[in-house]
Every structure is written in C-alpha cells, then in structure tokens.
Design a protein around this ligand. Structure first.
Ligand code: FES
Length: 160
C-alpha cells in the first residue's frame, strides 16, 4: 500500500468525519476525496469502509463503477476526449492522436512531467457539438480541426 503524507491523511480524515452518518456517505466521501486529493488512495477506501461499516470491496466497487473516480494520481490538467459514436464519426480519433502527440502522453495515462492526463470517455451527452473534449472541466465542442486542440494545449504550456 502506498505511503500517504500526514497532510493527505488529515484531509481524508476530515472528509470521512464530515460525511459519516449522512445518507449515502460512501459516494459523498469518495467525491470529496477525489476532489481534494485528485484521486482515491487505497488508504482512503479503507477509512471510508471502516467509517461506513461496509467492506473495502464494496467501496472499491463504487470507485471502479463511476468514471469520475480514479485510483491513480492525475496530471495538473485533465483532458477528456469523447469517443462516442457521434464524436468518433466527426474525427475524435484524429483529435486524440493530436492531443497525445502534443502532450507526449498516452490515452488514459499522465504525462511524465505530471502536467496532463488524457482520458477517453463515452458519450458526454453533447453530440450536437461533436467532436467534444472537456479540458479542466470546461466543455469544448466542434473540434473538427485538431489544430484548435493543439493551440489550446500550447496555451496551457505557456501559462505554466
Ligand atoms: S458521442 Fe460525443 S458527446 Fe455524444
């Protein structure tokens, strides 16, 4: 099991204490841990399972069921590319290749410099804007020209 620093453990403990006893606490706790830590450490799953009186396996089941949760630390900037049918037909694959090349990162991985994480996702429910990407929580649509994404990534690099 990975070794977390004291500050991260404190953050997790506070989240667990805040939601303990509420309705549906597991998902609330996981949501907050994901938001504060950027991922769900295994130790957080242990603490959540203990506080909620459920098995670690059931907490892990929730983590792996919802795509919003991840067990690996993410990069500073998270980019989701929709690979649903409408986006795929309109060039999501080419968009993804451009993104991977520009970020020097593979799909569903984080770049070595820790700056970018690229995730392929299912339909985001915005097919009218295909192809669609979400960059740091902001939706970008009509990305038929991969150069638009290239410029977006370069702007992020310059701002770092
Ligand atoms: S297929 Fe991409 S938003 Fe629906």
């Amino acid at each position: 099991m990975e070794k977390l620093n004291a500050e991260t453990i404190k953050v997790i403990d506070e989240i667990v204490a805040r939601h303990k006893g509420k309705q549906g606490p597991v998902k609330l706790m996981l949501h907050d841990v994901q938001s504060k830590c950027g991922y769900i450490p295994f130790e957080a799953m242990l603490k959540i399972a203990d506080a909620c009186g459920v098995s670690v396996a059931s907490v892990y089941g929730v983590v792996t069921f919802y795509s919003q949760f991840t067990t690996q630390p993410k990069g500073k900037h998270v980019i989701n590319i929709c690979m649903g049918t409408a986006c795929y037909v309109k060039g999501a694959q080419q968009l993804m290749e451009t993104l991977c090349e520009e970020c020097d990162c593979k799909i569903n991985e984080t770049s070595k410099d820790g700056l970018f994480s690229i995730d392929a996702t299912r339909c985001l429910g915005a097919c009218g804007l295909a192809p669609v990407a979400i960059v740091d929580g902001k939706v970008h649509g009509n990305l038929t020209d991969p150069d638009t994404m290239r410029q977006l990534i370069r702007a992020i690099k310059v701002s770092e």
